[in-house]
Design a protein. Structure first.
Length: 444
């Protein structure tokens, strides 16, 4: 960044940029124009934090009402939360989230991704679920005209976030080949996009929405190898791992990987920044709490701690300028759940139920009598599976199913129908696929 450009920045942003350019120049070059302008202001929040620590007599800094040494609250609101202290529900949360929750989620990442052990990565920053995390990542690293590479089986909201919100270009490659993840197609698309640009954003969502597919360990190793080769070739890569359905692995057919790509990519190469998006939404079955996380894994290990500190300051600035902070009550509930000795058993029980549904879907959808109506895309994880319907447009089929049969499914492409088996009891699976088959034959 030129001197004149630096002088037009807020001094705090300029200082952060100078530190990041010194500690990790490759990472600094990945920042968007907005990302370079971002900083966490030394305003009300920082002054209130100082006052909380030092104002022992009177503290009249933060914009809440207090009474009796705690937050003022209404009994009619608090009565359903009788076990919680009012201070854990009503005051504003810190911009980056409750410190205890952040540390507990970091511990969870380490337990569930053993490859992270010994690596330097940031403390997870609390977001208003994963959609907000996507928005933060795009604000930090995506400029208009930037290319975002992802599989062609994608969540539609990515287009809203990257194309509509940030003016980026989404480039895709075929997700499947030879009955699994299309590693060669990914490597080819990555190399082609990398030859055209100095910086490339790569978004990989595993387990995938809409297909419910998680790569095998060999496929995951191939993905990492392709990314490393492109980083070594000089392309600066921001690799976003959307891990919304992490942990819901059923190992249908063959065993899938059980670690996030974030674990293998953190510390891999200075030209590669790993960004992990996850949360309590799906992993803890707490969708409405809107509690997610964004975690940074720089590629230059020796300066990763400082780089993460700077990225946290910029992310806090984006949160402050966007939603201010995330629900204190939601964070408290998730933090308490992570402390519960029963959590793992409870999650295991729910996963077993989803696995039973997935296994039944795999059996029923692949019955020979349905071969004239659809092909089944590989799936082994998450909430969803997809079929490629034959002889009919997916959208026309979706509307027909809804209007004539009272069945709601999602059309995700010209010929693809997504089935959320997460919403089906096991005894509903057989009749659903029979109705789907009947509807296709009615339209063919």
């Amino acid at each position: 960044m030129t001197g004149s450009a630096q002088t037009s920045l807020n001094p705090i942003a300029a200082e952060l940029n100078q530190r990041l350019e010194s500690a990790a120049p490759e990472l600094f070059a990945m920042l968007s124009a907005y990302g370079r302008r971002l900083y966490f202001p030394k305003g009300i929040l920082s002054q209130s934090a100082e006052a909380k620590e030092k104002a022992h007599r009177f503290n009249a800094t933060i914009g809440i009402a207090t009474q009796g040494g705690g937050p003022m609250y209404l009994p009619s609101l608090h009565s359903p939360l009788a076990e919680l202290e009012p201070a854990d529900a009503y005051p504003y949360a810190p911009a980056a989230g409750r410190p205890g929750l952040r540390e507990r989620w970091r511990g969870k990442l380490l337990r569930e991704n053993p490859s992270l052990e010994g690596k330097h990565f940031g403390v997870p920053i609390v977001t208003a679920a994963i959609t907000h995390g996507l928005s933060l990542a795009s604000e930090l690293f995506v400029d208009p005209g930037d290319r975002v590479l992802m599989p062609d089986k994608l969540w539609g909201n990515y287009r809203m976030n990257f194309e509509v919100h940030r003016g980026a270009e989404i480039g895709t490659f075929p997700f499947f080949a030879a009955g699994g993840f299309n590693g060669p197609g990914f490597a080819q698309a990555l190399a082609e996009a990398g030859r055209e640009r100095e910086k490339l954003i790569v978004l990989l969502n595993f387990p995938n929405n809409p297909t419910g597919y998680m790569p095998t360990e060999a496929e995951a190793e191939g993905i990492v190898a392709a990314l490393l080769a492109q980083a070594e070739a000089g392309t600066r890569l921001v690799v976003i791992a959307d891990d919304a359905y992490f942990g819901l692995f059923y190992h249908l057919g063959s065993r899938s990987s059980t670690q996030s790509l974030f674990a293998a990519l953190t510390g891999l190469h200075p030209n590669l920044l790993a960004v992990k998006l996850d949360g309590a939404t799906k992993e803890l079955f707490a969708w409405g709490l809107r509690c997610g996380f964004i975690t940074f894994g720089p590629g230059r290990g020796e300066t990763a701690d400082e780089a993460c500190e700077i990225l946290e300051a910029k992310t806090k600035g984006a949160i402050r300028g966007g939603v201010s902070n995330i629900s204190q009550l939601s964070q408290t509930l998730v933090e308490r759940a992570l402390d519960s000795p029963d959590l793992d058993a409870e999650r295991g029980e729910k996963q077993a139920e989803l696995c039973a549904r997935a296994e039944r879907v795999a059996e029923v959808a692949a019955l020979p009598r349905y071969a004239e109506s659809w092909d089944v895309y590989p799936f082994n994880s998450g909430y969803f599976m997809c079929v490629r319907v034959k002889g009919v447009e997916a959208e026309k089929l979706r509307v027909h199913l809804l209007e004539q049969h009272g069945v709601g499914l999602i059309a995700t492409g010209a010929s693809d129908i997504r089935v959320a088996f997460s919403c089906l009891e096991v005894d509903q699976i057989d009749p659903l696929f029979e109705v789907l088959h009947q509807a296709i034959q009615e339209l063919v």
